[in-house]
Structure formats: C-alpha cells, structure tokens
Design a protein around this ligand. Structure first.
Ligand SMILES: [Ca+2]
Length: 292
C-alpha cells in the first residue's frame, strides 16, 4: 500500500514543472530547518536617533494569534549569566544571550512575578556559557529591545527557554578600549554604548571615582580622570564580602543600558555579576589612542 502511494507521489512529482518542483523542495526544507537560523540578534537591536528600536518586529502588535504574531522572534546564542547571578529569582528571571555568528549582538530576556503570579515558570539551571534558544515577544525597554511577555499573564504570551547545549563556552570578552569609547550614544552602533550593548565586555585600567561599594549598588569609574561610566554591582553578587578595589583594575561584565527617560541615549553601564569578574592584577598596556 505504502509502495503504491509512494509511486503515485513520485509520479505526480515528476509530472510537475521544474520550477514547481524546486519550490516544493524549498518549502519542505524550510519546514525542517532549525529554529536557530531565525533571527540575527544584532538586527533586532537597531535604533533610531532617540535610541528606540527600529526593527519591524519591535513595533508590531502581539496580535490575536500569539503563535503567529508579527511581534514574535526566536533567537539562539550563549547565555552570559545565570538568572540567579543578576536577579532575585523568587521574583524575576533574566538572561542575556549573545549571538555566536561574527558581528552578532546580545539581547536580554526578562520576566517577573509582578504581572503573573504563576511562578517560577522558567528554567533555573541556565548557566553562563550554555547555548540556549528563546522564543518570545520583543519590545523596547529603557534603551534596549528585550524579549518579554509584554507584561501579560496570558498563556500564549509566555516566552520559552530551551537549553541547546550545556557548557558550550563563554564568548571571548569584547575589549572596550577605554571608558570614552563606550559611554555615549551612536545611532550607527559603530562606536559608543550601542556597539557593546548586551554583550560580554572587558574594560581595563579602571578605578573608582565615587559611589558606595556593595551588592546592588552603582558606582562610578574612570580610566582617564575625565570620562566616567557606571558599574552596576549585581545585587546577587558577593561584593559585600570584599573591599572596594583601591587601585586600578580590569573588569568583565555585561554591557547594559537602563535609560528611564526618553530619549534613551544614555545611562549605559557595565553589569558585574560577581567579585571574581574584577581583576586586581596589573592592568594590560594602556590603549594610548584613547588619551590623545
Ligand atoms: Ca540602546
């Protein structure tokens, strides 16, 4: 029976024009293509002169059918944090994901108990360096395009997180040459904070200018006594068990933006997960191009 049906299908297929055959094969291949090919994260983070997202999906309404929403994306990449490293996971879930293809960017996914008491509803075993996939909706939030549930408790709005591989490895940190290279807005994203946003980054020759050292606090750093930027010491980190660095240090963290006032063209910061992401060893050679 199956043999007869197969022969019949082949007979019908061979009777089609070459163009139709190619189209059918392309459709068949697309149906089984891995979702990891879905979105280039860098493209999702494009901004206008006010720092608002310009990707067509950002402004799209969720629509009546969440499964086929024009506001929906699927992204994959490397998790830069465990949710518990950045937020109180009894109330929130947040992970940054950096794309693995050259030139790719990063994106944050956030959800909270505040608009939906069904909690927890996301995996707690995501570790830095895991390869994960997130399927959900996107929206502008204080200067970033984030994956969210659009603050809705509707079941169809929940994003899904899938671990594709454990321990795939953290990306090499992007070297920020100096504070003055990352603390300003450049819509083109060739320079400035938008270039580094939501990516794993390293800054050297830093020292503290002001602010109170401690978990959950923001402190101000400089590297040339002129340019300054914020370090956000994670509320979940072990910073209270250590003293503030008295000398220069290098620091690795997730470059972030949280600008609560429109336009969203400032309020960049490096979000540091834990004290061991700060290196007190003598700094590497200074990039003198930054000080000319
Ligand atoms: Ca931004």
């Amino acid at each position: 029976m199956f043999f007869v049906r197969g022969c019949l299908c082949l007979s019908v297929f061979s009777g089609l024009s070459v163009l139709v055959r190619v189209l059918l094969l392309a459709l068949a291949l697309a149906a089984v293509a891995p979702l990891s090919h879905a979105e280039h994260i860098w493209d999702l983070e494009a901004v206008d002169s006010n720092g608002a997202g310009t990707h067509p999906k950002v402004g799209a309404p969720p629509g009546a059918d969440p499964a086929n929403s024009p506001n929906r994306v699927v992204i994959s990449g490397i998790a830069l944090n465990s949710p518990a490293e950045l937020v109180d996971t009894s109330m929130q879930w947040q992970a940054y994901v950096q794309g693995e293809s050259p030139g790719n960017g990063g994106i944050a996914a956030w959800a909270g108990i505040f608009y939906n008491p069904a909690w927890p509803r996301f995996p707690s075993d995501i570790l830095p360096g895991d390869r994960i996939q997130i399927d959900g909706f996107i929206e502008d939030h204080n200067g970033k395009v984030n994956i969210t549930e659009r603050h809705s408790a509707a079941p169809g709005m929940q994003f899904t997180v899938t671990k594709l591989a454990s321990g795939a490895g953290m990306p090499a940190p992007e070297t920020i040459p100096c504070v003055a290279a990352c603390n300003f807005f450049d819509q083109t994203r060739a320079t400035g904070g938008e270039k580094y946003q939501a990516r794993w980054c390293k800054l050297s020759n830093a020292r503290i200018v002001s602010g109170e050292w401690g978990a959950g606090n923001s402190i101000v750093i400089t590297d040339d006594n002129v340019a300054t930027m914020t370090l956000l010491l994670s509320s979940q980190g072990d910073f209270n068990s250590h003293s503030a660095p008295a000398e220069t240090f290098s620091v690795t963290g997730i470059f972030d933006q949280e600008d609560t006032e429109f336009p969203c063209t400032s309020a960049y910061r490096l979000w540091v997960r834990k004290y061991s992401d700060i290196n007190l060893a003598p700094a590497s050679a200074r990039d003198w191009e930054c000080y000319e």
